[in-house]
Ligand binder design. Structure first.
Ligand SMILES: Nc1nc2c(ncn2[C@@H]2O[C@H](COP(=O)(O)OP(=O)(O)OP(=O)(O)O)[C@@H](O)[C@H]2O)c(=O)[nH]1
Ligand SMILES: [Mg+2]
Ligand SMILES: [Zn+2]
Length: 283
């Protein structure tokens, strides 16, 4: 096994250099909230993120231009492609050259179709999109690496629709290029500013995704609180400070195991488990 330079948990891929996030311009409809969640999730890996908009053959040039300038303002100049009409593919190939790239995105956006075009011998199964929302059908079920003839590896991955936002609340803002840009020229009055209502905040303001940031922040805070409570309820070790300030974990007393957790903790654990089950079934 080679040493690991990077490691993703979902999809499980080690030593990737970059993420190619694929979203379709249509079929399924491009949802800016969903795209933002994927972008934040991708940024949290600290790998380089490239945004690719597929199925450009399905929309007008006006629509293409709309998304191009909107996403440029977010900090992600997109690469527009069509596998059907063979558009934008040489530019994309240049980006993939000699790199290990994870291809990620919702189900049905054409990840496997793209890889089939770039690596014909991959011969991947491709699925129809269906239903009113033209959702994908989760055709790809596993992660596989393919070798590009020009050098480099591409990982096909199963699409999923709702990435979980599990980054610490104080890190969230750094996953928005717009915020990084603000903070490169000025600082908030408080170093631990969460950019909500704090005085002297330089991030709060009129950028398009500011409300998305606030919504995701609420979610990240709730997620952290659930984790803390789960930890409290389930942990069977406790931190003990010994002589000379040395800290050690020691098992909690046996009797603890039989003590009923409080109703409140039981409720929270249940709720967290239910949410987890819902997220899984959404995939
Ligand atoms: N119009 C158009 N349709 C495309 C294009 N590329 C792929 N498709 C269609 O999009 C549908 C989904 O393609 P897939 O390659 O299976 O999508 P995927 O992203 O791998 O989906 P999952 O494996 O479910 O995550 C198929 O019906 C493809 O034929 C394109 O450039 N234009
Ligand atoms: Mg696929
Ligand atoms: Zn601030």
């Amino acid at each position: 096994m080679l040493p690991r330079r990077s490691e993703l948990d979902r999809p499980p891929v080690a030593n990737a250099d970059q993420i190619l996030l694929v979203f379709a311009l249509a079929e399924p409809t491009l949802d800016p909230h969903q795209l933002s969640r994927f972008l934040v999730k991708a940024e949290s890996t600290e790998l380089h993120v490239c945004l690719c908009l597929s199925k450009s053959d399905l929309v007008t040039t006006n629509e293409q231009q709309h998304w191009r300038s909107r996403l440029e303002a977010w900090g992600y100049p997109p690469l527009l492609i069509s596998v059907y009409k063979l558009l934008g593919l040489p530019e994309l190939s240049a980006y993939l050259n000699q790199q290990i790239t994870v291809v990620s995105g919702p189900s049905g956006v054409g990840k496997s179709s793209l890889i089939n075009h770039l690596v014909p011998e991959a011969n991947l199964r491709v699925g129809e999109v269906s239903g009113k929302l033209a959702r994908g059908r989760h055709t790809t079920r596993h992660v596989e690496l393919f070798e590009l003839s020009s050098g480099g590896l591409l990982a096909d991955t199963p699409g999923f629709n709702q990435p979980e936002l599990n980054c610490p609340p104080e890190e969230l803002a750094h996953h928005f290029p717009e915020v990084r840009q603000h903070l490169a020229i000025a600082s908030c009055q408080f170093s631990d500013c969460l950019h909500r209502n704090e005085p002297g905040c330089v991030v709060r303001g009129e950028w398009e995704r500011y409300q998305y940031y606030l919504d995701m922040l609420e979610e990240a805070i709730a997620h952290q609180q659930t984790l803390e409570k789960l930890g409290d309820a389930e942990s069977n070790v406790k931190l003990k400070t010994r002589r000379q300030g040395r800290q050690e974990y020691e098992p909690k007393l046996e009797t603890k195991k039989y003590r009923r957790p409080s109703r409140r903790v039981q409720q929270q654990v249940l709720q967290a488990l239910q949410e987890e089950a819902l997220l899984d079934s959404d995939d």
